[in-house]
Design a protein around this ligand. Sequence first.
Ligand SMILES: C[S@@+](CC[C@H](N)C(=O)[O-])C[C@H]1O[C@@H](n2cnc3c(N)ncnc32)[C@H](O)[C@@H]1O
Length: 274
Amino acid sequence: MIQEPDAFEPEATRRDADVTESSRANRGWWDRNADDYQVEHGTFLGDDRFVWGPEGLDEVEAELLGPPEELKDKDVLEIGAGAAQCSRWLTAQGARPVALDLSHRQLQHAMRIGGSFPLVCADAGALPFADNSFDLACSAYGALPFVADPALVLREVRRVLRPGGRFVFSTTHPIRWAFPDEPGPEGLTVSASYFDRTPYVEQADDGRAVYVEHHRTIGDRVRDIVAADLRLVDLVEPEWPSWNTAEWGGWSPLRGNLIPGTTIFVCERDRENT
Ligand SMILES: C[S@@+](CC[C@H](N)C(=O)[O-])C[C@H]1O[C@@H](n2cnc3c(N)ncnc32)[C@H](O)[C@@H]1O
């Protein structure tokens, strides 16, 4: 008789997870879950739209990378691109995107949808590009929520940006770490300290991390940006729009109308080439 394997049910906990463990766990998680992610969220994201997060804020209205007509001929790095929906939109504006992701399976979805831009499988903490390669960089919930050393990623982004270049990235709003990650009313009562930076880890029976998210307070994020020698020029907290009735994990109209769910950091590298 062939024994059925136990259904794999990781344990959710809060514990430290370093750069290597976080990267390895998340590469595996996104490779295993890319198919489900694209089935669940692909329609909301659209194949060639640029959506900053579950609120549905679209770059067409936000213009955080600048006016769309000024994107023409710009070299743009998309970090944590997933199926590269944003890069497809950038191509339509006349930009030259490069879509980078840690997960091979996510990039296979990018290939399935198609597009005439390079796909690069790499970790955001070690960008495989020469200094001063890009005019712009962007990341819609890619990499920054998942890495143990966000300052390293920001330094890497600054290195590959040209002087005067801009980096815009969205992450879970830090205040959400104080609440249960539930879309309903149970997600409205504070249950943890906002100041507890201990990572959220899902681990296998043998203690091996299989998924990791890292918490930084708003102040931590600002300090990381400044320490990387980037300038913070805006911090956007998208409000939940009335047209959006969709739930996305712990993001819902109920919670979105009361507490922010996403932060978007707009940063620039100074023009002087130092
Ligand atoms: C929430 S998804 C966002 C994908 C896409 N931007 C979107 O909006 O659908 C996060 C993505 O970040 C990628 N990622 C996680 N950690 C990364 C890292 N260290 N370097 C590069 N990509 C990473 C994952 O593989 C995944 O595709």
